[in-house]
Design a binder for this molecule. Structure first.
Ligand code: ADE
Length: 248
């Protein structure tokens, strides 16, 4: 898979992409990530990428010409792949959207700054808009990294353990169970005996129930969409009955 990222601060991406799983995925050729400086396509004397808004008001707006020129030079006109604008006005990014994006061979990510981009970029260049949450960041660079990271993890061969991505929180529709490593006891806190029992069936059952319990406690909204078996439903009903008894 290939990502082309358009930004006026491409240096932001360097450190993150040269570390850990992202670095390995790039080195192994599982993903190609090219960053492009929009400023390189600005043609005026000062290589301006922003200007004052028509109609007045505070802040600056990213100019359309360098953005169109950059994206069209790199991905073609019309663009050969989806062009995604990172913006708080976009559809909310979640695991389902990451899975959807992982199906593409190539994606262009456009990072806005300032008050946003000229509306004509939205009208005639961008094919999708994504927000990573209901808050406003200084620019689309962090959101672009979030998207690149979450999508790359889903590509075949990126995670050492082929099952790792499918067991991540949200992949199963549930939050993950608690993890422990050595020491078996730390400051009086013991690792649950079942995890040291060597009984794999028992461990799997404990983990499943911990996932259900966590999701029920923290994100009950996820349970409505999760794939649950009979055992799961029974366990959740028991949790509910217990809670009802406590309330009474
Ligand atoms: N740019 C600024 N804030 C953003 C957000 N929450 N999601 C995506 N892009 C953004």
């Amino acid at each position: 898979m290939r990502f082309d990222i358009f930004s006026i601060f491409p240096e932001i991406f360097e450190c993150y992409l040269q570390t850990s799983i992202m670095q390995r995925a790039i080195q192994r050729g599982l993903v190609t990530i090219e960053t492009h400086n929009i400023r390189d396509w600005a043609t005026d004397k000062h290589r301006m990428t922003d200007d004052e808004p028509f109609g007045g008001g505070g802040g600056m707006v990213m100019k359309p010409e360098p953005i169109f020129a950059a994206v069209e030079a790199v991905v073609g006109a019309p663009p050969a792949c989806p062009v995604i604008l990172l913006t708080p006005q976009g559809r909310l990014f979640d695991f389902g959207v990451a899975q959807e994006l992982a199906q593409y061979e190539r994606l262009a990510l456009l990072c806005g700054r300032y008050e946003g981009v000229d509306e004509r970029v939205r009208q005639a260049l961008v094919s999708d808009e994504i927000s990573i949450g209901d808050y406003v960041l200084t620019g689309g660079e962090l959101p672009a990294l979030v998207v690149v990271d979450a999508v790359t993890r889903l590509l075949p061969g990126v995670l050492g353990d082929p099952q790792a991505a499918s067991q991540d929180s949200h992949a199963t529709g549930l939050l993950e169970y608690p993890h422990y490593t050595r020491p078996a006891e730390f400051r009086g806190m013991k690792v649950p005996d079942v995890l040291r029992s060597g009984d794999h069936a028992k461990i799997a059952r404990w983990r499943r129930r911990q996932s259900l319990l966590r999701t029920w406690q923290r994100r009950p909204d996820l349970l409505a969409k999760a794939r649950l078996n009979e055992d799961d439903t029974e366990f959740l009903q028991e949790l509910q009955r217990k809670q009802n008894r406590e309330v009474v």
